[in-house]
Write a protein that binds this ligand. Structure first.
Ligand SMILES: Cc1c2[nH]c(c1CCC(=O)O)Cc1[nH]c(c(CCC(=O)O)c1C)Cc1[nH]c(c(CCC(=O)O)c1C)Cc1[nH]c(c(C)c1CCC(=O)O)C2
Length: 344
């Protein structure tokens, strides 16, 4: 299916209308998602139920006709497969067992032991690769080692990733063991998603922005490069999207240094900056403010045109700068898509 619009963009083609999908496009802002989640029981049960996970993946495709579907799962399933305890507190977010000392890390499983727990995820991918409309592209994903490590170390989301930085500086040997285990396990996890039918994979480094200087190179760039190189060795031509969120100047040269085919941009940079400093090296994805999906109106229309027109001279996948939020109005998503495709 070499002519799918997402794959064209990832090969470096400039298109008159960029393809579009949306981070967290299957989510709580959609009544049909909330209904299926209730049917599953809770969020984790939904992630591990292949039929229902495939169903919620397809819901935004049916409703909006996005050019890509992203596998419904979570970046924290991998630590669970490695032996961490994981649960979600409604209204608050994820909780995990913590890693602060060698004894917490020692019982972790190896990269070859993850597939029993993650088997249902591969099954979801298989269902999707059969059921997805032929013009849409199936995106698999994993968290980047640093971002996943921040949750494994702290046992929860943290505003400044303090506990992970404390371990990085206080017991670097243990910290690097966590990063290395996640790096090799992420390769196996994404390899299996590709074998099951994922056509593109995305590496979410949501907390890359809190790594500065040498630490950014060692713990954001290097793991992304190792994962990318190994996956491309095993699956030549598989396109990879990197998302070093809030990396600032770290976005410059990220594609060249890691080998990813596309860099996803957040809202901390302007489209003008992204076009000048990142799109020069190839495809970019982004970066409409998610808040427009809540507020809508003329500002949304202007925002869509601005992002589209600023990236129009090079390869671009239209997306938000971060995930859509539960308070978003689905009508604003339709308006975004109509505006993007106006005049065609
Ligand atoms: C940091 C992170 C996580 N998960 C993810 C990241 C990286 C991207 C980012 O920065 O947003 C990635 C993720 N999480 C989810 C997906 C599915 C695909 C998609 O639609 O984008 C993806 C790609 C579903 C989800 N993951 C989660 C939900 C909401 C859960 C629910 O239905 O109650 C969804 C749809 C839960 C989750 N999962 C995580 C947190 C912090 C939370 C709680 C925050 C929240 O409630 O929005 C960890």
């Amino acid at each position: 299916m070499a002519d799918k619009t997402i794959l064209k963009a990832l090969r470096g083609e400039t298109q008159a209308v960029p393809p579009i999908w949306m981070m967290r496009q299957a989510g709580r802002y959609l009544p049909e998602y909330r209904a299926t989640r209730a049917q599953a029981g809770d969020f984790l049960k939904l992630c591990y139920n292949p039929d229902l996970a495939a169903e919620v993946t397809l819901q935004p495709i049916r409703r909006f006709g996005f050019d890509a579907a992203i596998l419904f799962a979570d970046i924290l399933l991998l630590p669970q497969a490695l032996g961490a305890d994981l649960w979600f507190v409604t209204g608050e977010g994820p909780r995990l067992s913590t890693i602060t000392k060698e004894d917490d890390f020692a019982p972790m499983k190896s990269k070859d032991d993850i597939h029993t727990v993650l088997g249902p995820v591969y099954e979801t991918v298989k269902i999707l690769s059969r059921e997805l409309p032929k013009e849409s592209t199936l995106i698999g994903f994993a968290g980047a080692p640093w971002t996943v490590a921040t949750y494994m170390i702290a046992g929860r989301g943290t505003p400044d990733q303090g506990p992970a930085h404390a371990l990085r500086m206080g017991n670097n040997e243990l910290f690097e063991k966590v990063i290395d285990l996640l790096t090799v396990s992420t390769i196996e996890y994404l390899d299996m998603q590709i074998q099951a039918g994922a056509e593109v994979v995305k590496i979410f480094d949501s907390w890359a922005g809190s790594l500065k200087g040498d630490a950014f190179e060692k713990y954001a760039v290097a793991p992304a490069r190792i994962i990318t190189q190994e996956l491309k060795k095993r699956h030549p031509g598989i396109p990879i999207i990197g998302f070093p969120r809030e990396a600032g100047d770290g976005y410059i040269g990220f594609a060249k240094k890691t080998g990813v085919d596309c860099v996803a941009l957040d809202n901390s940079i302007t489209p003008e900056w992204g076009a000048k400093h990142v799109q020069v090296d190839g495809c970019v994805q982004g970066n409409l403010k998610s808040s427009h999906m809540v507020t809508g109106g003329q500002e949304l229309i202007d925002g869509v045109r601005h992002v589209r027109d600023t990236f129009a001279k090079g390869p671009h996948i239209f997306n938000l700068g971060h995930g859509i939020t539960p308070d978003a109005n689905p009508d604003n998503v339709s308006l975004m898509i109509e505006t993007l495709r106006e005049n065609t």
